[in-house]
Design a protein around this ligand. Structure first.
Ligand SMILES: CC(C)(COP(=O)(O)OP(=O)(O)OC[C@H]1O[C@@H](n2cnc3c(N)ncnc32)[C@H](O)[C@@H]1OP(=O)(O)O)[C@@H](O)C(=O)NCCC(=O)NCCS
Length: 196
């Protein structure tokens, strides 16, 4: 029986009940070495990153927007059911992720991918891995391909006027510790461990 989509695809934010379908699809495709696997915890803990495409109420695909820093976010775990591919579902998922990035005020997206042709159609351009900020490689430490990455790095600028420096500035070396409120008196029985 063919699972080719017949109805119109709709995209919505994912719910925890969708985690299993997301994980199953992503990990089935990961076995084919076309994308990286996701653990149950990484999908559930980051469920708010995910959008889902449905056709006639049936799960058709998913994609996630993972915020890396104030000026950049990653499009990750983008996957469409094999029988439903090449029907515009990947595109509407990317459109939803782009809209969410704009809502959040994120001026640039990146992706690591084996399908540069698809991302090029979505307005991304190939870049050197080294051209991306170090922070984007945080998750790479957990990747089975760490230090032997063969994925292609691609970026898409959403707001060419945004200046990364003006968005957040340099990371601080030390966080200021919270101070005790002047005049604070500890309730009876609660002994302060350290004098301010
Ligand atoms: C990559 C993927 C998400 C694309 O989804 P899709 O629903 O098949 O893509 P769409 O039908 O929306 O395609 C949009 C456009 O990209 C093109 N396209 C799709 N897949 C492509 C590919 N592998 N290479 C080049 N172009 C591609 C389509 O022809 C279409 O072009 P058009 O607008 O000129 O007609 C899907 O094929 C998939 O799940 N692949 C396996 C997992 C994967 O590789 N994910 C990416 C992880 S980074």
């Amino acid at each position: 029986m063919s699972n080719e989509p017949t109805g119109k695809a709709v995209v919505r934010p994912a719910r925890v009940a969708d985690a299993k379908a997301i994980m199953t699809l992503v990990n089935e495709l990961a076995v084919q070495q076309v994308m990286l696997p996701r653990s149950p915890a990484s999908v559930i803990e980051n469920i708010r990153d995910f959008f889902l495409a449905e056709v006639d109420g049936q799960f058709a695909g998913c994609g996630a927007l993972a915020v890396t820093w104030t000026d950049i976010a990653e499009v990750r775990s983008l996957a469409v059911q094999p029988a439903m591919q090449k029907h515009g579902i990947g595109r509407i998922l990317v459109d939803a992720l782009v809209a969410d990035a704009r809502r959040l005020g994120i001026p640039r997206l990146f992706a690591f991918t084996y399908v540069p042709g698809f991302f090029a159609k979505m307005g991304f351009s190939v870049c050197q891995h080294e051209a991306l900020p170090h922070k984007v490689f945080n998750d790479c430490r957990h990747c089975p391909k760490f230090l032997a990455c063969d994925e292609i790095a691609m970026t898409r600028v959403l707001d060419p006027k945004a200046s990364p420096a003006s968005l957040f500035g340099k990371p601080q070396r030390a966080m200021p510790l919270p101070q005790r409120t002047p005049g604070f008196v500890a309730p009876a029985g609660l002994k302060p461990t350290r004098q301010a």
